[in-house]
Design a binder for this molecule. Sequence first.
Ligand SMILES: [Zn+2]
Length: 261
Amino acid sequence: MLNSNTQISAGDIAFCSVDHVIFHIHKANLELVSTGFPPATVHSDEIIPFDEEAETLEIFFSLVYPNCPLPHEFDRLTFTKLVKVTTPADKWGMHQALEICLGQFHKHIHLHQLEILELGGQHNHAPLVAAVAPYLVHLPLNKILSSLPYTLFKKWADYRERWIWALLSCYKDLDKHSGCSLWNSEVKPHLQVQLFGPCGYTTVLREGHDNQDQRTIGDRCAEVYIWLHAEKRHSEGLMCCETEIKNWKERTLQDLQSIPF
Ligand SMILES: [Zn+2]
């Protein structure tokens, strides 16, 4: 139900959503939480129009009352709706509200990496950019350059370099099971090719997009594991190679996970 929050219906300044729902917000609160709202120019009999729909405004205006619990819907907003709530918080200079909104974007990283990178860069928000980095670190730096301010871009470049070094170290780590002939002749070359392809450039990631257009260490290991089982079911050394694939994957993921941003 709209306007269920009594404070949203009891204030002294009226706002109208694009779908014609009126909200009455307390001027004192607006002055307190916002640096971009010009209350001196607003008359009490004036109704200020908004481009957003009532559904968005109900959540947005709840951010004007920091001592009240946020509506349950706030935690379940889709990416698009969260952007709609964030936009006026940014426009009105509501720093605390903006921080709360940006924090919510972590929930959408598995589907919206590029948009969240832009948002993180736009607001110079290191935690968001750090969270998105494991999904996009394969992109060449020139694709990232325009999205980030200098300090974050520098952090990104450092992170990317450490990530490439970590992958090189994981590549060498494939030698740990060299005593096994099946590993040496079949499994290791298979994984090596998948880690650093013919162009010598890897796109393997720690975490992948939901649409799976980017392969992960987990995907690569699963593929080799399935292939090994199908092709070499009766080969000697199968068990030890299976165990080593699992161990190598865990070590690799741990190494990539420990790269600081
Ligand atoms: Zn083996």
